[in-house]
Design a protein around this ligand. Structure first.
Ligand code: F6P
Length: 341
């Protein structure tokens, strides 16, 4: 068999572990040929690929990013190619395609599958917001990075009696904020799923200072937002130079708290540092398992599916099911975190 692999969308620690696992299982066990499309779906559309043998994937397990490169989807070009799926498959001559990616990539995978291309998807995202899998690899790494950042920020916050507002990734789902906030002992967590009131955060900081704890760390997801009418933060407003006044919720909230509290506050935007670098052991293992199961599914002819973690087992679930809705943080998960603020 000839199996094509690609990585698309935002990168994520563990992508290389999947590629390595696919190659090992396919080449060693089945005697397959594996090709890697470069730069995501762009490489598929352009017919840009390279052979992946055991040597090509040697030494990449612990490496962040993706050896194949990635790109965001060019929607119109992709839709046109789906109309001519047969030609697309013939051009590269693959028998099965394994796209590794997040919501956008899996939606595109479903389009290809609907157009008759034999596809087995592998989900990835540091955001952990794909509904039909309990976990995605990359999430554990991102949570670890953010947790370490909060551990470090606490010591400097305490030395200077400051409030630190740490902004983590998560535009639509607050899983990273929730879990890193809990692990890092944040004193407040703001999620996209739950509009916050800055007055509650002010109260929390004042109470801490009153009982002698003269610093605070607040973990805020980039997609978090204040409840209507609780904070004027310039979202959507363009200043006289044509720049949006809004500089991200972490920055806006830090300065709002500083103003209301009369105490120093600092924003810390972790950004892409959460996505870079070496994956944790957990993410390497999950990624390796997903790669193995993807190859097995290809050989069983279970196309139109993706790998998913259900409990401790890896199962195949329909791509159609995977991309219908985002997995957001339920209210009771927030309540658990809130009790230790
Ligand atoms: O993978 C998803 C994500 O990490 C989001 O949490 C974040 O908003 C986005 O990627 C940032 O992506 P980009 O690389 O386009 O800046």
């Amino acid at each position: 068999m000839r199996i094509g692999v690609l990585t698309a969308g935002g990168d994520c620690p563990g992508l290389n572990a999947v590629i390595r696992s696919v190659v090992h299982r396919a080449v060693t066990h089945y005697g397959d040929e594996v090709i890697g499309f470069e730069d995501g779906y762009a490489g598929l559309l352009d017919g840009r690929y390279r052979p992946l043998d055991l040597n090509a994937v040697s030494g990449i397990l612990a490496r962040g990013g993706t050896i194949l490169g990635s790109s965001r989807l060019e929607r119109d070009r992709f839709a046109a190619a789906c109309d001519n799926a047969k030609e697309l498959v013939e051009k590269s001559g693959f028998d099965a395609l394994v796209p590794i990616g997040g919501e956008g990539t899996l939606t595109a995978a479903r389009m290809l599958s609907d157009a008759g291309v034999p596809v087995v998807g592998v989900p990835k995202t540091i955001d952990n917001d794909i509904s039909s899998t309990d976990r995605t690899f990359g999430f554990d790494t991102a949570v670890g990075v953010a947790t370490e950042a909060m551990d470090r920020l606490k010591t400097t916050a305490e030395s200077h009696q400051r409030v630190m507002v740490v902004e983590v990734m998560g535009r639509h789902a607050g899983w990273i904020a929730l879990e890193s906030g809990m692990a890092g002992g944040a004193h407040g967590i703001c999620l996209p799923e739950r509009p916050f009131d800055p007055a509650d955060l002010v109260k929390m900081v004042e109470e801490r200072f009153a009982r002698g704890k003269k610093f605070a760390v607040i973990c805020v997801a980039e997609g978090a937002h204040p409840a209507d009418g609780t904070m004027d933060y310039g979202k959507g407003e363009i200043d006289q130079f044509g720049h949006e006044r809004f500089q991200g919720i972490g920055t806006a909230l830090a300065y709002e708290l500083e103003r209301r509290l009369g105490k120093e506050a600092r924003p810390v935007i972790l950004g892409h540092v959460q996505r870079g670098g070496t994956p944790t052991a957990y993410d390497r293992v999950l990624a390796t398992r997903f790669g193995w199961h993807a190859v097995e599914a290809v050989h069983r002819g279970e196309f139109g599916n993706m790998t998913a973690l259900r409990g401790t087992d890896v199962k195949m679930v329909p791509l159609a099911e995977a991309v219908t809705r985002l997995k957001t943080v339920p209210a009771d998960r927030f309540r658990e975190a809130e009790s230790v603020f």
